[in-house]
Ligand binder design. Structure first.
Ligand SMILES: C[S@@+](CC[C@H](N)C(=O)[O-])C[C@H]1O[C@@H](n2cnc3c(N)ncnc32)[C@H](O)[C@@H]1O
Length: 267
């Protein structure tokens, strides 16, 4: 047993090399391990806690495992998503894709989205939460991702407007939809991944030798309205592919750092 204060000091010290904000992360892990809120941790510094589960979490974080896999939660667009190893952790930059999808949906009273590569459900479920008249048909090649997206859909109370299909690209999607979305894997196979990213599934990250192979396959599906995330250095190759497939109106968007993050395109 340790007091809350002792546990926080211990955790912060152990995480000094492992992350940028050791005390902050130690507090998050202690909260998850002990069931105490951040306020309770601050108010009950002398309370004794069973520190074995906390130490196990600290050891995982010390080895570089992302905190989201350890706590089981990830924030995205102001919502807390269940997060499991085996499925990609939603990234803040993907919120730009949600914004593009919302803008495209303005032309429809009850938009129907299709999403390739639903993952945890971050994009699809945020759209369903924000657009009460929307429906989403989403695919993923990963059984784990489909199962997690289903759990998150129940959590947000939108499962009745979501159809999940475990399939490659749009195989098995037979019904009509208005807007095709995707944040597919787009990293080059030989790109040196940073340590925390090595804990995530390669099938969610690597797009092929060039990185753009899955994006190119999505463009070749020639769906009338498309919004996709892509790599910062992929605009030229994707513009050529969009042009080749007859897309007329193409706009690449950038993130807050001014880097290309994705595009919208209409046939
Ligand atoms: C970068 S993750 C995006 C997950 C989620 N949409 C998000 O933005 O957080 C890409 C997802 O695409 C899935 N995927 C990879 N190749 C696919 C394919 N050919 N067809 C369908 N899904 C695929 C992966 O399993 C992974 O869940």
């Amino acid at each position: 047993m340790r007091s809350v204060k002792e546990a926080l000091d211990f955790g912060a010290k152990r995480l000094k090399e492992a992350c940028d904000r050791p005390r902050f992360e130690a507090a998050i892990l202690l909260g998850r391990a002990s069931g105490l809120s951040r306020a309770e941790l601050a108010l009950k510094e002398e309370a004794l806690i069973d520190d074995a589960p906390f130490e196990a979490m600290i050891a995982r974080r010390e080895r570089g495992e992302p905190i989201e896999y350890i706590t089981g939660f990830a924030g995205f667009y102001s919502r807390e998503f269940l997060c499991e190893s085996g499925v990609l952790i939603p990234r803040p930059e993907t919120e730009f894709l949600v914004d593009r999808a919302l803008a495209l949906a303005k032309d429809f009273a009850a938009p129907i989205f299709a999403e390739i590569g639903v993952g945890s459900g971050a994009v699809a479920l945020t759209l369903l939460a924000l657009e009460p008249n929307a429906r989403v048909i989403a695919t993923d090649i990963s059984v784990e991702a489909i199962a997690l997206a289903a759990k998150n859909a129940e959590r947000f109370g939108v499962a009745d407007r979501l159809e999940l299909i475990c399939a490659n690209l749009l195989e098995g999607v037979n019904s009509r939809f208005d807007i095709l979305l995707s944040n597919p894997p787009y990293i080059r196979a030989d790109y040196p991944l940073p340590r925390p990213v090595l804990f995530e599934p390669k099938t969610a990250l690597i797009g092929g030798e060039r990185g753009t192979e899955i994006l190119e396959a999505i463009i070749a599906l020639k769906k009338p309205i498309l919004a996709c995330e892509c790599g910062y250095d992929q605009e030229e190759i994707l513009r050529a592919k969009l042009d080749e497939n007859g897309y007329r109106s193409v706009a690449f968007y950038k993130d807050y750092a001014g880097l290309t993050r994705g595009f919208t395109a209409t046939l």
